[in-house]
Design a protein around this ligand. Structure first.
Ligand code: ADQ
Length: 470
């Protein structure tokens, strides 16, 4: 249904709209709500406040009018194929993504990409300005839209503007490389509240604003001439209710048993679930696992690794190379150590439903989460929320934001293959009492801090203008 340009009291601005197009049996296209914690957390707020969501539909060269779907007002922003190439695959994913993740891959600094980023950010800002009612609250999401707060404030000084960054915000030594560092900081400073996943992100931002924008700062605050910007950390979480319900469902539990049977009922099943991304440390974990066979500490039948890797950003060069490398690595490991019909690594380059994902979580003895750098990592929290039986173990990188909260995980440094291998072995052989003790403590944290609380804390801080309680 097309709606007249209705104004909303609450507007979310994100690169993608929270719906995916699906074609039904009659070939008719409709929209279905995308899975994911962010959407789940924000939808109730949208419904309460007649909110609107501004974003791209996900395919290039489409001009769509605002429409309603799944009880939400959706305002599409259109991107041409060239915008997708320069703004999305280019500046967002080949410049900012690697720069913000410790320069694990080399960022590309190219003026044409920056110009497209500015141009597209301006388009999002205009669409948000159109959608927002007088004095509305606008919540801008993530690294693709860092210029929107400033652009939007210029168009609509009456709005209350929040920004949340889902990925890490880098320290001075790295951020300094960016030729447009000042513009990015000024973009973010257009917001009243800038939220980060971790304390480090917030303090990096405050420090950089002082250094590159010559601004006064105090604690969490950056002082401008006419107003103050708050910077704080709001660690994102998962939809605990959904996960606990799925994990308690008998058919999901049966599927978990079946998965283990299909794998030949190994003594240990290890699991990795990631977008196929070079920040996730997939190669490091597979190497550590393979070395356990090489060292003869583990043999075929003792342990099976299941690596599920969702296809991601396949048109960006680095991602194509990564995929080839992982496939080679898996092939080699199986060639060396598998027995007929029993690979040591099962690699699945695909995406799964929430139900199947939870069945995998329940089947896994050890969940392996080894990013080289990660804003949070929801998979770690999803695993913990699902394991009400307290029987699983979590191997977790200290470079994931989640490590700040899940301190009873088996913590590793993914750059240290020897140490990772040792902790992996320990996690595989931990007794039930030790596993339960660790899992109970991690579950307490995740159950108390779910994604609803995350959204509430951010919005309370934005609307009250005060920092959240410590
Ligand atoms: P991502 O880098 O995408 O998110 P993550 O936090 O792990 O990483 O979220 C991935 C989500 O996709 C999870 O909900 C997971 O269940 C799902 N998923 C992954 N592989 C899947 C598969 N094969 N099939 C189905 N679902 C799959 C970015 C940042 C993170 C931050 C989040 C949220 O990089 O650091 O935690 O945003 O802020």
């Amino acid at each position: 249904m097309v709606i007249e340009s209705k104004k909303s009291e609450f507007v979310v601005v994100a690169n993608r709209l929270p719906v995916d197009r699906v074609t039904d049996e009659d070939g008719e296209a409709t929209w279905r709500r995308s899975p994911g914690g962010l959407v789940t957390a924000i939808v109730p707020v949208m419904q309460r406040r007649e909110g609107a969501w501004v974003g791209w539909v996900g395919s290039p060269d489409e001009e769509l009018e605002p429409f309603e779907a799944e009880g939400m007002s959706l305002v599409p922003v259109s991107l041409s194929s060239r915008d997708v190439e320069l703004y999305y695959e280019g500046f967002s994913n080949a410049t900012l993504w690697p720069l913000y993740h410790d320069v694990i891959a080399r960022p590309i600094y190219r003026r044409s990409l920056w110009e497209a980023y500015e141009r597209v950010n301006q388009r999002f800002a205009r669409a948000a300005a159109e959608a927002a009612a007088e004095g509305a609250v606008v919540w801008v999401q993530d690294y693709q839209l860092q210029l929107v707060p400033k652009m939007l404030r210029e168009l609509r000084p009456d709005l209350r503007i929040g920004f949340f960054l889902h990925i890490p915000f880098p320290p001075m030594e790295l951020f300094q490389q960016l030729p447009w560092r000042r513009e990015i900081l000024e973009g973010l400073l257009g917001a009243d509240l800038v939220g980060f996943q971790s304390r480090d992100g917030a303090s990096n931002f405050v420090r950089l604003s002082r250094r590159f924008c010559d601004l006064k700062t105090q604690g969490h605050e950056v002082m401008l001439d006419d107003r103050t910007v708050q910077a704080d950390h709001f660690p994102i979480s998962v939809d605990v209710n959904e996960l606990v319900t799925l994990a308690g469902d008998e058919s999901v539990q049966q599927r978990a048993v079946q998965i283990r049977e299909e794998l030949g009922n190994p003594a240990s099943m290890l699991l990795g679930v990631d977008r196929l991304d070079y920040t996730k440390g997939i190669q490091q974990r597979l190497q550590a696992f393979t070395e356990l066979f090489e060292d003869r500490r583990v043999k075929s039948g003792d342990a099976v690794f299941v690596q599920v890797a969702t296809p991601s950003r396949e048109r960006v060069e680095e991602y194509r190379i990564l995929r080839d490398e992982i496939e080679l690595q898996v092939g080699r490991a199986n060639g060396m150590y598998a027995e007929l019909g029993a690979p040591i690594i099962n690699y699945l380059h695909t995406s799964y439903s929430r139900k199947e994902l939870v069945a995998l979580y329940l089947a896994a003895d050890v969940m392996v989460v080894t990013p080289l750098r990660d804003g949070m990592n929801l998979v770690a929290k999803e695993y913990v929320a699902s394991r009400a039986d307290l029987r699983g173990a979590l191997l977790l990188s200290e470079f994931a934001g989640a490590a700040n909260e899940l301190q009873r995980a088996y913590m590793i440094n993914p750059y240290d293959i020897g140490g990772t291998k040792q902790r992996m072995y320990e996690a595989m052989h931990a007794g039930p009492v030790e596993r339960a003790r660790r899992m109970r403590s991690m579950r307490r944290r995740v159950l108390e801090h779910d994604v609803d609380l995350w959204a509430k804390e951010f919005l309370d801080a934005l609307e009250s203008g005060r920092s959240k309680p410590e």
